[in-house]
Design a protein around this ligand. Structure first.
Ligand SMILES: [Zn+2]
Length: 368
């Protein structure tokens, strides 16, 4: 191509116009080429919207509906879009949607299908790389629920949730821009979210009302976490984290589970514009919860692994001070340890830890 261009250049200066057109064509075709692999990078579910972020600007979306036996399929064909294997939307739950589906319909079309019994208008919008689908509106306070990508094993008999059910806040540490600790590709925010989702599924099965500070990869402040707990009048608050060894002390062995509760000797009642809760009642209850959850976790993971008990510790982390409810922070293990780090990323180990948390909660409420 370049040779051809050079020949043109040499042939005559009067051909400048042709060269200009040729270069323009080249630019245009390279632009088209770049758009060919317009990968879907991310999806997120919001209250009444489902968002898709692509690598490049979206060319065109063809929208139509199919009706069958009272179910409406809202179909969106995204032109020149490619679906990577890692992206799926079937895990999303929304109160007025029956199912979310997505697939590579043809080489050049990515198909998104939203199934619902509800009819609605104003269905989608495109802003550059972002496609936003407006979902049919649910009842007041439509609930958004993100299922686990893996199925959570549920032990014991299912308990019904009623007005006497205790309310539990599960706080998956970090999230979004705050990735937490990271070590050789192991990232804290992903582990804490997976464990939190598992603990939620298990707690719901055992008849607890559960609220999560986050059920997806989302940036949250510490205050938002404790505000949720206080707004929901939670009975307990459980924050899940993973540990990392300090950088300079590589020779010392850092591994094992530790659990924190409030060190509250301060006479202050407010901190950075929020009330803080440091009563002895709360400290005693939090200590009890620490003890029961730690032994629950150790009992479960020690069935197959050797795990060190690092004990119960005190700290004045914000999530321990800012909740009215008894509150604990779990450090589920060290991602920097060769064996523990690997185990923490494994589904079976996470199940064991989550089950341990739930057994501890059951013991705390005397529901065993
Ligand atoms: Zn952390």
């Amino acid at each position: 191509m370049l040779l051809f261009a050079l020949t043109l250049w040499e042939s005559s200066m009067s051909n400048l116009k042709a060269i200009a057109i040729f270069l323009l064509l080249l630019l245009f075709s390279s632009n088209l080429f770049a758009k060919e692999n317009n990968y879907l990078l991310n999806t997120s579910l919001h209250k009444n919207q489902l968002k898709f972020i692509f690598k490049y600007n979206i060319d065109h979306v063809k929208f139509f509906t199919l009706k069958n036996k009272g179910v409406i399929k809202y179909v969106y064909d995204v032109k020149n879009a490619v679906l990577p294997r890692s992206q799926y939307i079937k895990q999303y739950r929304h109160s007025s949607v029956l199912a979310f589906r997505m697939g590579q319909f043809s080489k050049t079309h990515l198909r998104i299908v939203v199934e619902s019994k509800k009819t609605h208008y104003h269905t989608y919008s495109i802003h550059g790389k972002v496609l936003t689908l407006n979902l049919p509106r649910g009842k007041k306070g439509a609930s958004v629920y993100i299922a686990n990508s893996q199925k959570t094993p549920l032990q014991g008999k299912k308990r019904k949730i009623n007005r006497y059910s205790p309310t539990v806040i599960i706080d998956a540490g970090h999230g979004g821009r705050d990735i937490g600790a990271s070590w050789q590709g192991i990232i804290e925010k992903h582990i804490t979210l997976k464990m939190a989702l598992k603990a939620r599924d298990m707690l719901v099965h055992r008849g607890y009302k559960v609220y999560m500070t986050r059920d997806r990869d989302k940036t949250l402040t510490l205050r938002q976490r404790t505000d949720l707990s206080n707004a929901k009048k939670a009975n307990i608050f459980v924050s899940i984290h993973t540990n990392a060894a300090p950088k300079r002390r590589k020779n010392y062995i850092y591994k094992g589970i530790e659990v924190y509760y409030l060190r509250g000797t301060s006479r202050r009642t407010r901190y950075s514009n929020r009330k803080i809760y440091t009563s002895n009642w709360k400290k005693n209850r939090s200590y009890k919860l620490c003890k029961l959850i730690k032994s629950g976790m150790l009992k479960n993971v020690r069935k197959k692994h050797i795990v060190i008990d690092k004990g119960i510790k005190k700290n004045n982390f914000w999530v321990l001070r800012g909740t009215r409810a008894p509150s604990i922070l779990i450090e589920a293990g060290y991602i920097t340890d060769k064996y523990e780090g690997k185990r923490l990323t494994q589904n079976a180990y996470q199940n064991g830890l989550a089950q341990g948390v739930v057994d501890g909660v059951d013991a705390y409420f005397g529901r065993l």
